[in-house]
Write a protein that binds this ligand. Structure first.
Ligand code: ATP
Length: 211
């Protein structure tokens, strides 16, 4: 189901915002929600929210709104939120450890099934239930466990060579926390979380506001 709907990328990027607003509505006991409320959460006008949701099918009634539970269930199916997802983590420095310890991934059914590092003092450790394995076992582990997703938290200088190995091993999706742009073959997707770049942007706004 998740792959059967073709959506423009900006629309796809807004769906999690709509979903989050729906969760809040459920929490507050609200059963009908307007496109105004959904649009506000995603930072777009109501008309854009209606257009986005029209890609998903016939939802909502003019002048009434959207059924919160029906729309949330549909978004869960489209986004594959309830489908179990396995990932491996590469690099268990401070950031890698924080990601491995983050309980919020379970809400989206993401399980980190193993971590890999080259530091002998870290290999063999456990972060909660996640074992830290030597990098040499990467390819075998990916094949044996049919893992498609990797979270990359190694230093920038090491990230490309690890990305090459991940792609060759059959990883389809890399969630990259290393502050570097990665080149990957067709068929592999990279999503960047560049905290350093974000901080530089924040710094710009902070300095401008205080001057
Ligand atoms: P540390 O806990 O070592 O102080 P750190 O938070 O300073 O880590 P980095 O220096 O960015 O973080 O390193 C992140 C992690 O990536 C470390 O655990 C390091 O051992 C690991 N690492 C470095 N190179 C590689 C590599 N090629 N493959 C896998 N892990 C690597």
């Amino acid at each position: 189901m998740a792959g059967s709907v073709l959506l423009p990328k900006p629309c796809l990027m807004r769906l999690p915002h709509y979903y989050r607003r729906l969760l809040q509505a459920m929490h507050e006991g609200q059963s009908i929600i307007s496109s105004d409320e959904l649009g506000e959460e995603a930072g777009v006008p109501a008309a854009q929210a209606r257009k986005d949701l029209s890609y998903l099918g016939e939802f909502g009634r003019p002048g009434v709104g959207y059924d919160v539970y029906e729309l949330a269930a549909h978004l869960e199916r489209i986004l594959g939120l309830n489908e179990p997802k396995k990932a491996i983590l590469i690099g268990v420095g401070n950031l890698g450890r924080a990601l491995a310890s983050y309980p919020g991934f379970a809400r989206y059914h993401l399980q980190i099934v193993a971590a890999f590092d080259i530091d002998p003092s870290k290999i063999g450790q456990r972060i909660g239930s996640i074992r830290v394995l030597p990098l040499e076992e990467l390819e075998t582990f990916v094949h044996q466990n049919d893992v498609r997703m990797a979270i990359l938290a190694v230093p920038a200088a090491q990230a490309q060579s690890i990305a090459d190995r991940l792609a060759a091993a059959g990883i389809h999706l890399i969630w990259n926390f290393a502050p570097v742009s990665l080149r990957v073959p067709t068929g592999v997707m990279v999503f960047n979380e560049d905290l350093a770049a974000r901080l530089a942007t924040l710094s710009f706004f902070l300095i401008r506001q205080s001057s």
